[in-house]
Ligand binder design. Sequence first.
Ligand code: FES
Ligand code: FES
Length: 153
Amino acid sequence: MKINLKINGISKILEVEPGEFLLDVLRRNNYLSVRRGCDNSSCGVCTVLFDNKPVPSCSLLAVKANNHEITTVEGIQEEANKLAKCFGEYGADQCGFCNPSMALTVYALKQENKNATDEEIKEYLVGNLCRCTGYVSQHKAIKKYLGEKNESS
Ligand code: FES
Ligand code: FES
């Protein structure tokens, strides 16, 4: 079957199987920044924005994306670069496997709550696992990124 959707603002018609998950469809169509990790909604590395809300694409049936908007990190490149700069400053950039999903989730947080407290940041990112950083440096970098937005808005 075919689904109509927008990916990073571009209209697409994609062939999907009835029980297929969005992660598999995206990767088959070369959206390889959407990573495969646990494949059971636990690690967050497959996160995409579904109508601007972060969701794990490994547990979203592709047919549910019909007539919706999907954003991968390529669709928020400018913001992802700003966050990457903050990550670099705080030494939060290690293997990079979690970076695309982290960038999408932090970007969504910025849209929803640019004045997020420490606790709110932690709560929002709870489904995004990082095997490398221990989260402290990432947390500092995210605060800086959110603060930069506050200064410019
Ligand atoms: S691969 Fe989807 S949450 Fe881990
Ligand atoms: S930087 Fe390696 S998993 Fe996050």
